[in-house]
Design a protein around this ligand. Structure first.
Ligand SMILES: [Mg+2]
Length: 166
């Protein structure tokens, strides 16, 4: 079950602070798109997320996008935020994260994944063996129907954890 647990939880990606990264020695981030940087399938970039990305980059944090979505969905958003991207990354397979870490040019121990899904982002980061931050889905109502089923399983994991006082 440890594979399903992130290093830390945050409500929104913008709640992740430089202090959170510094104390874990993180210098690079692998960013999920759908329901992490924006709502599912959306190209809208909020001011909060834009400012957060700028703040990270100004502090020298290296960023890249690692998404399971199609190229046509990921590429325009990545371009909008001025980042390189990996689409169809097949999380939880470690391949996309491996490519992302190589691209950031940092040791694996200095990279962290950020995402909203236990069975892709968190599981993948744990399989690959990197720090990971789990955020709550920005707008769960935008999830695709098959995802709602997985969300139910995710909730079971949350409840389990709460029961154990974690
Ligand atoms: Mg996502």
């Amino acid at each position: 079950m440890a594979l399903f647990y992130p290093t830390a939880y945050k409500n929104r990606i913008t709640d992740i602070t430089l202090d959170d990264l510094n104390k874990r020695g993180i210098r690079g981030l692998l960013l999920d798109v759908d329901n992490t940087l924006t709502t599912h399938g959306s190209q809208v970039l909020s001011n909060e997320v834009r400012d957060w990305l700028t703040q990270m980059q100004d502090a020298g944090i290296r960023l890249t996008v690692v998404s399971n979505a199609w190229e046509w969905r990921v590429a325009p958003f990545a371009e909008k935020i001025g980042l390189r991207h990996i689409s169809l990354s097949c999380k939880p397979s470690p391949f996309g994260f491996w490519r992302g870490v190589r691209r950031l040019g940092l040791p694996k121990a200095q990279c962290a994944a950020i995402g909203d899904q236990v069975f892709t982002d968190i599981l993948g980061a744990n399989i690959y063996g990197i720090t990971c931050f789990q955020v709550m889905p920005m707008d769960p109502a935008t999830d695709k129907p098959f995802l709602r089923v997985r969300r139910r399983w995710e909730r079971k994991i949350y409840e389990n954890r709460k029961g154990r006082g974690e």
